[in-house]
Design a binder for this molecule. Structure first.
Ligand code: GAL
Length: 413
């Protein structure tokens, strides 16, 4: 016997290593709209291509409120899913409550620290340990417009709230619904936070919706914010109540309304319907600018079994892969969380987003979205949203709203 085959045989044994179980993952998420489903399919396909077996657990409902209720029920019954779409301080809240799987070995092996902005990395860590993997950065403060309607009425994308109101009045007088909106509390909160940032500026946003400073909550600026919310209420159609966000996006697409204020997952919806930015629809930052970030991520509950643990490690590795981050985000409307993914193939809205994010990190206008669970823990965030929604759906005055806001936050802390 020569040396050659012997060497080859031993190398083969070493490469095969221990026998691996088939990676399994049950994945709880709320990506059920056209653009969202197309995006999560990218992960599903890559997982399958690497030998994984994926059990889908989609819980419909934009913003994830229903998904989080489903998660709690599963955890309470002692049967947590393998992987969960979870983000912001909720990651740390769950870590404190039940513990989360340590994905440090995957993070270290793949050099996550070097390719993630510090701010994003911090959201993914629990007591210094990696406990979640980020897929993207969504910008929340966008306004989308139907290009044809705007051109027809000689309207430019508004850069101040006054301009927005003037445009909306013109449209209303012409019989066009100015704003496509879905009356669900998280959508009301989404519009509200863009108005807080736009009218109050970054420092005020930070004080009011991140630091929960009672003076900021109970201020004239906050009164003006509620005044503007009341004005906006006059620009939505009669059937807005309960409408899903993607149906509101469809109204802009189909020419049933001129604008929508929504994060850039709305762009994922336009793209899934084959609409082109700058041609069929236009994007602009909401009046006042700044950058409200919303980073989607997955966390992994502690589960038994080699197959499920390997499923978690495989998912974590894929999620942070360069190829995945590019393809996923091209579909989702967001930009990659990794800083080293080239944006050549991304559209102008995405490039504008990346520029604003970098500028915001320099000048203090890069801020966490409260409406999308990035700024606050559940209790105070819920308390704010309750008041915002109650105000939007009643004839509550701005004075009453401000007073209720300050009280609700005080009792939720
Ligand atoms: C956000 C989530 C986005 C988007 C949106 C609507 O909270 O971060 O990825 O899908 O909800 O469902």
């Amino acid at each position: 016997m020569t040396m050659k085959p012997l060497l080859a045989a031993s190398t083969a044994v070493m490469l095969a290593g221990p026998v691996l179980a088939e990676p399994q993952a049950e994945v709880l998420h709320w990506w059920t709209s056209g653009g969202e489903a197309r995006s999560v399919a990218v992960l599903q396909e890559q997982f399958a291509a690497e030998g994984g077996s994926w059990t889908d657990m989609p819980v419909a409902g934009g913003g994830g409120d229903a998904a989080m209720t489903a998660l709690r029920a599963r955890v309470l019954s002692g049967n947590a899913p393998t992987a969960v779409q979870l983000k912001g301080p909720a990651i740390q809240e769950w870590y404190e409550e039940t513990g989360l799987a340590d994905i440090g070995p995957v993070a270290e092996e793949n050099g996550w620290e070097a390719v993630l902005p510090v701010r994003i990395a911090e959201h993914m860590q629990c007591e210094g340990q990696w406990c979640a993997a980020p897929v993207n950065v969504h910008r929340v403060n966008w306004i989308w417009g139907n290009k044809q309607i705007l051109d027809e009425h000689g309207i430019a994308m508004p850069t101040t709230w006054e301009e927005f109101n003037a445009a909306a009045e013109t449209l209303k007088a012409a019989g066009v619904t100015p704003l496509a909106h879905g009356g669900q509390s998280w959508q009301d909160a989404t519009v509200f936070e863009t108005v807080v940032l736009g009218l109050g500026g970054p420092e005020f946003y930070q004080q009011a919706l991140v630091d929960l400073d009672p003076q900021a909550l109970n201020s004239d600026t906050m009164r003006q914010v509620f005044d503007q919310m009341r004005v906006i209420r006059g620009y939505v159609d009669d059937n807005f109540s309960g409408r899903d966000w993607n149906l509101a996006t469809a109204m802009v697409m189909n020419g049933e309304a001129a604008f929508q204020i929504m994060g850039d997952w709305a762009k994922g919806e336009f793209l899934a319907a084959d609409k082109k930015p700058g041609v069929d629809f236009v994007c602009a930052e909401t009046p006042g600018g700044g950058f409200l970030y919303n980073v989607d991520s997955f966390a992994f509950f502690k589960v038994d079994g080699d197959d499920r643990q390997q499923g978690q490690a495989l998912l974590a590795r894929l999620i942070m892969g360069e190829g995945f981050q590019k393809t996923f985000n091209l579909n989702k409307g967001s930009i990659p969380a990794r800083t080293d993914v080239a944006l050549d193939e991304f559209d102008d809205c995405a490039r504008q987003s990346a520029e604003a994010m970098n500028a915001g990190a320099e000048n203090g206008s890069l801020l966490p979205s409260y409406a999308h669970g990035m700024a606050l823990r559940g209790a105070p965030a819920g308390a704010i949203t309750d008041v915002v929604t109650a105000h939007f759906n009643s004839d509550m005055t701005s004075d009453e709203a401000v007073e209720q806001l300050a009280n609700a936050v005080a009792s939720a802390m």
